[in-house]
Design a binder for this molecule. Structure first.
Ligand SMILES: [Zn+2]
Length: 234
């Protein structure tokens, strides 16, 4: 009796000694709760978008690039639970939040009748300098979990980020900063042709980064691109 209850006792003892807290609201997490407390989990703003119907994220990309369909898991609310989660994921060395979100969203996408069989899940790449500084790409674990649920391959070495290129070098520094377009390139063409690709990112605002990624892939290969992000600014 004592033996079978031992893991629970140790777990409870751990909770007392090293209290785990919710990344959404800092409340104490109880046994069985991971990353978020139950109230935060219940009130997290799910977009409830799918890959069948048109949504406001699709409209962001209209007339810009050939994207088959875009969807997002959550609405980025400021202030709010989603903002806190993304902050811990990106700046506080908590990559496991990506696993948590990817697992949750992946289970939903798996049942999404509008999403065909995906071949490759590709994250928006980070510049090597930034990657070195942060130590991880915040989209990696999210993308890997989506790939796992969708039975697809996860590929983070086909698309690479090159330097940000100012479009108007003669203008002021602030102008240049505002008009920088991220640039991406294909590192390996092998394995890209005719694939159905799910491009993934953390938070989509203007869609410029995803557009630049899609453009780099689309320009040369006969691919179909879908987009899935953790969150979007409503
Ligand atoms: Zn909470």
């Amino acid at each position: 009796m004592i033996i079978t209850k031992l893991p629970n006792i140790i777990n409870d003892l751990n909770t007392v000694l090293l209290p785990r807290v919710c990344f959404g609201c800092n409340a104490r997490l109880y046994r069985g709760e991971q990353i978020l407390c139950t109230p935060c989990r219940d009130q997290i703003p799910l977009t409830e978008y799918n890959f069948l119907d048109e949504n406001s994220l699709d409209r962001t990309f209209y007339g810009r690039i050939t994207i088959e369909k875009a969807s997002s898991f959550l609405f980025f609310n400021d202030p709010g639970v989603v903002k806190n989660l993304i902050h811990y994921l990106k700046y506080r060395n908590q990559p496991r939040i990506g696993t948590f979100l990817g697992d949750w969203y992946g289970a939903l996408l798996k049942k999404d009748k509008g999403l065909p069989a995906i071949d490759l899940v590709m994250p928006v790449p980070m510049h090597p300098k930034k990657l070195k500084k942060r130590g991880y790409n915040q989209v990696e674990r999210f993308g890997k979990q989506l790939a796992h649920h969708l039975n697809a391959d996860y590929c983070d070495d086909l698309l690479i980020k090159t330097n940000n290129t100012p479009t108007q070098t003669q203008k002021s520094r602030i102008f240049r900063w505002q008009h920088q377009t991220p640039t991406f390139a294909i590192a390996k063409a092998q394995g890209l042709v005719n694939k159905k690709i799910l491009l993934v990112d953390d938070v989509v605002t203007t869609g410029a980064t995803l557009e630049a990624c899609a453009r780099a892939i689309n320009d040369e290969f006969n691919v179909t691109i879908y987009i899935a992000t953790m969150a979007m600014v409503p």
